[in-house]
Write a protein that binds this ligand. Structure first.
Ligand SMILES: [Mg+2]
Length: 225
């Protein structure tokens, strides 16, 4: 695991459940803009490129849509004109990468209170491993969510599991503001019918490609690997 520093002391393992946490911030860029600007709260907001307004919106891509905007079918990757067609009142905000990076650094400082085993996966996603910290992972996850809310004014979703794959799978099940734990046995049941393209790390594989190889869905994987 890559770590970002910290002083957490290693202690004997006491947790019987999974100790890996996956944290994903909810609608990150849009939520930061809403936290910074009260007039945007509760409203459909999209964040896009910094210079987009000067160049015209034609092919400008939405980098993050608030949950209010998502209710209109606006998603990351759609164009600003498409977003406006779906929701004429949508607020368009040019992104501020420095602000988002600064918020990520503040998030990391919260996580490092719990362990130095923090892996930064993207600007708004981290893995942590609480093994050996004597902390109950679910209690820690709830505390982290509370700290993120009170200190950053943001919500996040956390999955807890025995490894990164399962923790991420669990976290993706309930968004926004979720906290889901998943055991290895529960993950195996879920894997039975999960399309392979929905499994983290396999997303770039064309669905038909796997079918051509004869092991989609995952229930057949074990027979063919
Ligand atoms: Mg996110």
């Amino acid at each position: 695991m890559n770590t970002v520093g910290g002083e957490a002391e290693r202690q004997p393992q006491t947790c019987r459940q999974g100790t890996v946490l996956h944290l994903d911030m909810d609608a990150y860029f849009a939520s930061i803009e809403q936290a910074c600007n009260p007039s945007l709260r509760g409203k459909p907001v999209v964040v896009c490129g910094e210079t987009s307004a000067e160049q015209g919106w034609g092919r400008t891509i939405v980098t993050t849509a608030s949950y209010e905007a998502r209710r209109f079918g606006i998603k990351t990757g759609c164009t600003v004109p498409e977003a406006r067609r779906r929701c004429p009142d949508v607020a368009i905000v040019c992104g501020d990468p420095e602000k988002y990076l600064d918020t990520s650094r503040r998030l990391h400082r919260i996580l490092l209170r719990y362990t130095d085993r923090v892996e930064v996966y993207s600007i708004d996603e981290c893995f942590m491993d609480l093994a050996g910290t004597r902390r109950d992972p679910v209690t820690a996850a709830a505390e982290i969510k509370k700290a993120v809310r009170t200190e950053l004014g943001l919500t996040c979703s956390i999955g807890v599991g025995p490894n990164k794959l399962i923790a991420k799978l669990a976290g993706d099940l309930q968004k926004p503001d979720g906290l889901v734990t998943m055991s290895r046995a529960e993950a195996l049941v879920l894997f039975e019918d999960l399309p392979v393209q929905e499994v983290w790390g396999w997303v770039s594989v064309p669905p038909n490609g796997w079918r051509g190889w004869g092991f989609s869905p995952l229930r057949n994987w074990g027979e063919h690997r």
